[in-house]
Ligand binder design. Structure first.
Ligand SMILES: Cc1cc2nc3c(=O)[nH]c(=O)nc-3n(C[C@H](O)[C@H](O)[C@H](O)COP(=O)(O)OP(=O)(O)OC[C@H]3O[C@@H](n4cnc5c(N)ncnc54)[C@H](O)[C@@H]3O)c2cc1C
Length: 380
């Protein structure tokens, strides 16, 4: 068992930190003010090779999950909201294309998505269907040359900025629950689509959008994967994206932790620095230990994924532990800053809010426990 990070990855991370310093950090306060991530940031990320999927010999190819973990964790330690916009594009939208897209679709859309020129999102959730992924109401009716989509997707990250959405809909209403859904690649400029950006305080500056479909025509060759397999396909995508969202969540904890420790070393109370109170030193040690434990679990999930093994249990354990840890770390960190932590513009303010969002994306803590239980009970 080798726990060391391969040398090429550490060198790449040095380059990534420089990339963020140039392309994100100086602009971030404007993005938060405007609640918008400019499209050229995605182009810079894609062309820099910082997405988890890239072109190798003209084919969509996945980088090592461990490399992506390091990138996402670093990005989220500065801005969990920018990290989630990247995740929605790469680990939801583009991953659907990578796993289930035809050669033609990959060629037509995948290549520009890898370069960050075409942006993607994935919409499964509706007002009636979040944890209960299969309980969607959106319909897809077979018509001459394609499908007509009707319904509303409720909470879609990148729904506003994306060009393409991966959408699940009922294609076979009379079929059993596990054969009713299909998955489609939808051009969001199509007639009949109406998008409304929702007002939120978490994961800024990414957008959360409701997308309404009224008789939206989708060509037949834009069906992703197999008709009737939409549920299995979307669950598979969520298993994949649980690994990067765990990294994102850990990065959220790391970002708050680093700010708080720096503050504890400076802030004087009762004549000495906060860090010199043994109570605070013990809290720092305790939380650091928990972050390391969550990180090891994420590395284990990456290792299972990279070696082609079943990684569902590891992915859910990683998500569960990283959310639990990040909740504790970020509220502790905000507390350490005292009153100033409630001011919206203060850098610490966003972190506890962003963990709140992390706990919902790719399955709540209850959903992770369901997966963990299902996986472990097989062996008893
Ligand atoms: C910021 C943000 C971004 C999002 N982005 C996307 C996106 O890009 N695409 C997309 O499709 N969706 C997205 N979502 C939706 C997200 O996936 C759902 O919110 C999440 O799955 C929870 O579903 P729900 O909101 O319907 O809550 P519910 O499913 O109604 O859950 C309510 C409560 O019930 C609990 N619960 C669920 N199942 C069980 C059970 N079996 N036993 C006991 N308790 C249970 C849950 O843990 C929760 O506490 C996003 C949500 C947010 C907040």
């Amino acid at each position: 068992m080798d726990f060391s990070i391969p040398q090429p990855f550490t060198e790449e991370m040095d380059r990534f930190k420089l990339f963020l310093k140039k392309h994100m950090v100086p602009k971030l306060s404007n993005w938060y003010r405007d609640r918008e991530i400019p499209r050229n940031f995605f182009r810079d990320m894609g062309q820099g090779g910082w997405f988890g999927i890239y072109l190798k010999d003209n084919e969509l190819t996945q980088y090592s999950a461990l490399r992506s973990e390091l990138i996402v964790e670093k990005l989220a330690s500065i801005s969990p909201g920018v990290a989630v916009a990247t995740l929605a594009h790469v680990d939801l939208g583009l991953t659907a294309l990578y796993l289930f897209g035809s050669k033609q679709l990959k060629n037509d859309y995948g290549k520009s998505a890898v370069r960050g020129e075409t942006l993607m999102c994935l919409g499964n959730s509706e007002s009636s269907a979040g944890s209960d992924v299969a309980n969607i109401s959106m319909t897809s009716e077979k018509v001459e040359g394609g499908w007509l989509l009707n319904g509303t997707k409720a909470f879609i990250t990148n729904g506003l900025i994306s060009d393409l959405a991966v959408i699940t809909a009922i294609s076979d209403a009379a079929a059993p629950r596990n054969k009713r859904l299909s998955m489609f690649l939808v051009n969001l400029a199509a007639e009949g689509i109406h998008r409304k950006k929702l007002n939120k305080q978490v994961w800024l500056p990414s957008d959360l959008t409701r997308i309404q479909f009224k008789n939206v025509f989708v060509p037949g060759d834009h069906l992703l994967g197999e008709r009737g397999k939409g549920l299995q396909q979307v669950l598979k995508i969520f298993s994949y994206s649980r690994v990067p969202i765990s990294a994102l969540t850990l990065g959220t904890a790391v970002g708050a932790f680093e700010l708080a420790v720096a503050h504890a070393k400076k802030r004087k109370i009762f004549g000495k620095e906060l860090v010199d109170f043994q109570a605070k030193a013990f809290e720092i040690a305790d939380l650091y230990a928990k972050m390391e434990a969550a990180r090891l679990m994420i590395y284990r999930a990456c290792e299972a994924l990279d070696s082609g093994n079943d990684f569902r249990l590891e992915a859910s354990l990683a998500k569960y532990l990283s959310v639990m840890t990040a909740r504790e770390v970020t509220t502790w960190a905000a507390d350490l800053f005292g009153a100033v932590s409630v001011i919206s513009e203060h850098p610490i303010h966003k972190f506890p809010m962003d963990v709140w969002a992390s706990s919902l994306g790719e399955g709540t803590q209850d959903v992770q426990k369901l997966v963990i239980f299902r996986e472990i009970i097989k062996n008893f």
